[in-house]
Design a protein around this ligand. Structure first.
Ligand SMILES: [Zn+2]
Length: 296
């Protein structure tokens, strides 16, 4: 009897070990809103984002790399490390100003796209992006979808919605150009900025609805985050208004309503996505998977 009890306990522990295992999501959709400062989240009228915070986990003190600008931070998120490694150092870097420490056969620093395609060759992966600057960071030959929309936010939304419904991608990175533009024109933390955040929130709602319509809600990790905040009419500097961005996440295994207090840097994104999909991180990445977002 003792032996049987031991076997039962052992198998139960194996079962819980399996649920602890890495494979938690079949699909990961990252929605990046350019220039969405963490400082704005509390004041903003963003019911969809706030519902995501209740139904998922979040951290509103995620740090950017320096400078607190666009290309350098999007590169860091997708490439799992900082600018002196991947080499994209500026707001609009189109080629690495510092030679990348290593590159793939397609001459790009290894990114989350690289890791997924290497380990899951049939995975459908890609990006829809409002800002053309994203295109320079992508390892295009391995992508199934590469859809630039030249600043048209509605087109970005519509193309992303169609893609989610028709293709059910394993990994999709959607980049929206707002609220960064409004931040530059009207000023961060201004009435116009908060007005635009209502539109940002509607775009989150549209992506959520597409995930539901596709019937993949239970197996999709949805991550909303940003590349930098801003102060007055700019960003790039060292104030917390520029440096702190939100990371809000819902999906399988994510703890409901948890504020993750652990310090996070934007380049933790790629390893966290890899972990959620159950694939190995690239050796050259320096970020880490933020497992405290997930149930043990
Ligand atoms: Zn930006």
């Amino acid at each position: 009897m003792k032996f049987i009890a031991y076997v039962i306990i052992l198998s139960l522990s194996l079962i819980s070990f399996n649920t602890l295992g890495q494979k938690k999501a079949k699909h990961v959709i990252v929605v990046g809103f350019d220039g969405l400062g963490a400082y704005a989240v509390e004041k903003a009228d963003m019911p969809n984002l706030k519902k995501m915070m209740q139904e998922g986990a979040y951290n509103t003190h995620v740090r950017t790399v320096l400078p607190s600008s666009s290309a350098v931070n999007w590169a860091s998120m997708l490439m799992g490390t900082g600018p002196t490694m991947h080499g994209y150092t500026d707001w609009g870097s189109q080629t690495p100003e510092i030679p990348s420490a290593t590159v793939t056969q397609n001459n790009r620093f290894p990114s989350i796209f690289t890791a997924i395609k290497k380990q899951k060759p049939h995975a459908k992966i890609g990006s829809v992006y409002s800002w053309g600057g994203i295109g320079y960071l992508l390892e295009k030959p391995i992508l199934n979808f590469d859809l630039p929309t030249e600043g048209n936010e509605l087109e970005t939304q519509n193309k992303a919605v169609e893609l989610i419904k028709n293709e059910k991608p394993s990994f999709l990175f959607i980049h929206f150009d707002q609220p960064d533009g409004i931040g530059h024109n009207a000023g961060h933390d201004s009435p116009a900025y908060y007005e635009e955040l209502k539109n940002v929130d509607k775009r989150i709602g549209a992506i959520q609805k597409a995930i539901q319509d596709a019937g993949i809600e239970k197996e999709t990790l949805l991550i909303v985050l940003s590349d930098h905040g801003g102060i007055e009419k700019g960003h790039g500097g060292k104030s917390l208004m520029e440096i702190e961005v939100p990371w809000v996440m819902t999906g399988p295994g994510v703890i409901k309503g948890k504020e993750v207090k652990e310090p996070i840097i934007v380049y933790d994104l790629a390893p966290t996505v890899a972990w959620a999909l159950g694939i190995k991180p690239e050796d050259v990445w320096r970020g880490k998977a933020i497992t405290s977002f997930f149930k043990k």
